[in-house]
Design a protein around this ligand. Structure first.
Ligand code: DAH
Length: 347
């Protein structure tokens, strides 16, 4: 029996040394120490031994079991450590390799110009607001004093959603004047930038979607002088202190009197010619149209519950694309919307 135990010990230790996975170790543990294991089988024969031999063999059996258990634990720890080592080696990161540079984008040129303009107006005390692109004809036309049958209401010019022409894609940001005056009492100073939509074919100067910036100031004793002063200040901030402006009479249904503001062409300085050729920037006009403006029509104030006897105001609307094209010397409107990265990266 003694030899049997020695034999079990030797082969067990060798087998444990050879095992290389946790599963193999577990299999050996059951085989060697389990209820049906080799050691148990030997111990079952103890009854046959004499009273003197029994404690000696018992002791020997226990020490064999202890050796096997000790070896088992050691191998478990070894295998675990080896697995960890292998995992760490496989996942090693070389922190000395140069990183991949991430290219950071920038604002779209239109947003850059919009941001500049917003900053100027905020500095002058205007509140910047946002409004719906899907608008009621009531706000887009009627309450702006644009009557039924006016050409701008035509189905060939405006995108309508309903058969009765009551819901549309706004054709201008002017409805924001009505929306703002409905909810604010004078004195008020508002700026409303946003998208507008018209049934226009896209070409170098037209797009079915473009941006406008609407401005509105209403208070007591506001005059045309305030309009001219405010717009001149703003345009000088945008185009530079030496920019030359002019106001021209015009007509809009929602302002009276109305005007358009032009800037002297920065390329030909108003002469309409560059090196004996017609100036390509202003097409020989000498002036570039910037915006429409005027004194808010008394009917429009009334339509918003504001007393035109007590209050007066001015309003203006400018095209953001035109402004950006002038400032950034872009000659085709479509470039702004194509989103070609080679174009955008120039700004
Ligand atoms: N909404 C006009 C347009 O789209 C521009 C405009 C003109 C806006 C005069 C105004 C204004 O606020 O007073 O052509």
């Amino acid at each position: 029996m003694k030899e049997q135990l020695e034999q079990i010990k030797q082969s067990a230790l060798a087998a444990l040394d050879a095992a290389s996975t946790p599963a193999a170790l577990e299999e050996l543990r059951v085989k060697l120490l389990g209820k049906k294991g080799e050691l148990t089988a030997v111990l079952k024969q103890m009854g046959k031994l004499s009273a003197e031999e029994r404690p000696v063999m018992g002791q020997l059996a226990n020490s064999v079991r202890a050796s096997i258990e000790e070896k088992l634990e050691k191998r478990k720890a070894d295998i675990h450590a080896a697995a960890l080592e292998a995992k760490l080696a496989a996942e090693a990161i070389d922190v000395t390799i140069p990183g991949k540079s991430v290219s950071i984008g920038h604002q779209h040129p239109m947003n850059q110009v919009l941001q500049t303009i917003k900053d100027i107006f905020v500095g002058l005390g205007y509140q910047v607001v946002d409004g719906p692109e899907v608008e009621l004809a009531d706000y887009n036309f009627t309450r702006l004093n644009i009557e039924e049958g006016h050409p701008s209401r035509d189905r060939s010019d405006t995108f309508y959603f309903t058969d009765d022409d009551s819901v549309l894609l706004r054709t201008q940001t002017s409805p924001m004047q009505i929306r703002y005056m409905e909810n604010h009492k004078p004195p008020l100073c508002m700026l409303a930038p946003g998208r507008v939509f018209r049934k226009d074919e896209a070409d170098a100067t037209h797009s079915p979607m473009f941006h406008q910036i609407e401005g509105l100031v209403v208070a007591e004793n506001i005059t045309m002088g305030d309009l001219k002063g405010a717009l001149t200040t703003i345009m000088r901030k945008i185009y530079g202190e030496d920019a030359v402006m002019r106001f021209r009479p015009h007509h809009f249904p929602f302002t009276e009197p109305s005007c358009e503001m032009d800037m002297q062409c920065h390329k030909c300085h108003g002469t309409g010619e560059v090196d004996g050729q017609v100036c390509s920037t202003c097409h020989g006009e000498g002036w570039i149209e910037l915006l429409g403006a005027g004194m808010v029509h008394p009917k429009v104030l009334e339509n918003c519950g504001i007393d035109p006897e007590k209050y007066s105001g001015f309003a203006f609307g400018m095209g953001l694309e035109r402004l950006a094209m002038g400032r950034m010397k872009i000659n085709d409107l479509r470039l702004i919307f194509d989103n070609d990265i080679r174009f955008l990266n120039q700004f």
